[in-house]
Ligand binder design. Sequence first.
Ligand code: GDP
Ligand code: GDP
Length: 434
Amino acid sequence: MGAIVAIVGRPNVGKSTFFNRLIQRREAIVDAVSGVTRDRHYGKSDWNGKEFSLIDTGGYVLGSDDVFEKEIDKQVELAIDEADAIIFMVDVEAGVTGMDEDVAKLLRRVKKPVFLAINKVDNAKRSADAVEFYALGLGEYYELSSINGSGTGELLDALVEVLPEKEDTVDDLPRFAVVGRPNAGKSSFINALIGEERYIVTDIAGTTRDSIDTKYNRFGFEFNLVDTAGIRRKAKVKEDLEFYSVMRSVRAIEHCDVCILVMDATRGFDGQVANIFWLAHRNNKGIVILVNKWDLVEDKETNTMKQYTQKIKEAIEPFIDVPILFISVLNKQRIFKAIETAVSVYQNRSKKIKTGKFNDVMLPLIEKYGPPAYKGKYVKIKFCMQLPTPYPQFAFFCNLPQYVREPYKRYLENQIRENFDFTGVPITIFMRKK
Ligand code: GDP
Ligand code: GDP
């Protein structure tokens, strides 16, 4: 699990320019091949070998052109709650503004690391102007230019220095995070799981300051639920705030093995549900989709579930090998099945296929349908194996790895899925030189 870094600041200081600079380097390639539309405000980055999630909180604030002070306050408070470190960005061109002062006031009270980033310092003249930001009372600052990249390295050096190391998990139990949009029924689902008899065994102090894992022993399974939006809803954020749910989802998803994505059947699999889904996918987490409030769907016919499933699959292509269950928390319908499914996805995610067996199955399939020739060259795959990583990754060794295109990798993935059960789990395939 990685650390979470939030970028805050008023509009137009350059938050998204900075965000894109850090993210694109790494993810443009990934997205180009997978064809996945990504959330433009959330991504993974790494520096000096340390990986972290980066969130451009500004992107989630509604109407960011004429943002009200209240919105900024909320953005900052949420960042304070959810992030491991905060980058506070200001604009040297504009100088210190009233809004900057308000944000600084909130941040001065924070115990988490705060990095004051003075952006648009494109030249030495502007560097002299940066001094006035000492007035914000945040101490040392970093001058940078998000446009030409200068100074970003120094900021990142200091940032990754303070990020927490990968944390040890408390135990080896499956960790399930219940995620989804506000009002999907997450807390109801969790309450239904807890039941009146309180199956909670222990409250383990979370592996981070803010998250609490609760250990359950239910339906014959032992698992940890990673606390998310529903449980301790903050009184100060009552609105149906997209930003809030994304932010909390990031935290929960980073700290789990399997995401239980709860959605409201009457609202459908919309863009915001999709955001959370791809967040889980990007983090290589197992996924189970629960279509909740099925009791509210009227005139159900034999094909209703099938058609609904089909629609979701269209939205999550190409990663469609995902369990989709129709539940009603209200009627306690298929709650058990949901947990049982999450457990089996967990098992799929930790599955290790022996190399001998893997080759016995895959090589004949490759023999039957080999990689197409590319630029007149033939690719010969000689050997393959599952890598010893915490989630399923596979390497195929061949003479010309760079000539194997995406469609063929997809063929390999489909064959793996058909022959070994990896339902609910993202798979990564590498072509390697042999
Ligand atoms: P956001 O609203 O905070 O996300 O700001 P944007 O990233 O959209 O940037 C606002 C404007 O500032 C855009 O026109 C950017 O091109 C410009 N900008 C961003 N970073 C820099 C920089 O380092 N130097 C200069 N001169 N302009 C920048
Ligand atoms: P959360 O914000 O995702 O934690 O959602 P809640 O658990 O607070 O539920 C939001 C609303 O949906 C509440 O009024 C619940 O009673 C209602 N709700 C939850 N599950 C169901 C269900 O299966 N059927 C129906 N009809 N309502 C539900």
